[in-house]
Design a protein around this ligand. Structure first.
Ligand SMILES: C[S@@+](CC[C@H](N)C(=O)[O-])C[C@H]1O[C@@H](n2cnc3c(N)ncnc32)[C@H](O)[C@@H]1O
Length: 257
């Protein structure tokens, strides 16, 4: 299990209700800039605790949202959140196995994914699947953590991820490889936006928060080890952002009409 409850409780306290990644509603809005989701059907890959899916249905007016994830306890938490928000039925969650997406061709107006693709090793195969389930003219929009050429050998990256053994859990790719895989899958109107400078600033604030009194508050709720793990992770992420090894990006592509 990559996201045990102690960890999800901790990051939810830092990043907000239902969120397993940084940025919150502003980040989701930024990803969806210029996209009108009203009445649309959305697939969210790696839905986690379901906070993003609630936003897609409420703030962004999607008619139906299906979140998929590989961890049963996250699916349960996401369903509970949707029910608490009065969205059960309109925002639904499905447990999946990695691989083929269990949906018919041309099922969705938007395939969305926030900070989940780094868990998926075979991205070329995933992009082909995403294109298949999109309706003609539908958009694929994802936030993904990419890395630079040579980052696999970077001491900074190893120091950050060695302790949590996350190097084997994460499947980073480079922006050039992501772009080529999206082209090969058949996407049009492609755009890969490098957000490193933006994320450097945002992450610096997170480090400062965790270095202050928040750490003690967090430790009182989730325990000292998990709280200090959050600080270690935020600092490691900062070092990898500052060195240029880590390149957070927005990916956009459209299924041709
Ligand atoms: C960092 S969390 C992000 C969750 C959510 N998108 C958010 O922003 O709050 C990554 C999520 O991807 C899920 N995940 C990992 N591999 C997956 C796969 N092959 N298919 C679908 N979800 C996956 C994890 O279980 C986890 O919930």
């Amino acid at each position: 299990m990559n996201y045990p409850t102690e960890v999800t409780d901790a990051v939810e306290l830092i990043w907000g209700e239902g969120m397993l990644s940084p940025g919150g509603p502003e980040k989701v809005a930024e990803m969806l800039e210029d996209i009108d989701l009203s009445g649309g059907r959305v697939l969210d890959i790696g839905s986690g605790l379901g906070g993003v899916d609630v936003l897609l249905a409420t703030k962004h007016c999607a008619a139906a949202v299906i979140g998929i994830d590989v961890e049963p306890h996250l699916i349960k938490s996401a369903r509970d959140l949707a029910a608490r928000k009065g969205l059960a039925g309109r925002v639904i969650f499905k447990l999946v196995a990695p691989g083929r997406l269990p949906f018919a061709d041309a099922s969705f107006d938007l395939v969305f994914s926030k900070d989940a693709m780094l868990h998926i090793a075979d991205k070329p195969a995933l992009y082909v699947e995403v294109l298949r389930v999109l309706k003609p003219g539908g958009w694929f929009i994802a936030a993904d953590w990419l890395w630079s050429e040579g980052a696999a050998e970077s001491g900074i990256v190893h120091e950050w991820l060695a302790e949590s053994q996350s190097l084997s859990k994460f499947a980073f790719t480079t922006p050039a490889a992501a772009l080529q895989a999206l082209i090969n899958a058949g996407f049009a109107e492609l755009m890969i936006t490098d957000l490193r400078h933006k994320l450097q600033e945002a992450n610096r604030k997170e480090v400062a928060l965790l270095e202050g009194p928040t750490l003690q508050k967090l430790a009182a709720i989730v325990g000292t080890e998990i709280a200090e793990g959050c600080l270690f992770n935020a600092k490691g992420r900062q070092a990898a952002l500052d060195s240029g090894d880590l390149i957070p990006c927005h990916l956009r592509g459209r299924r041709p009409f």
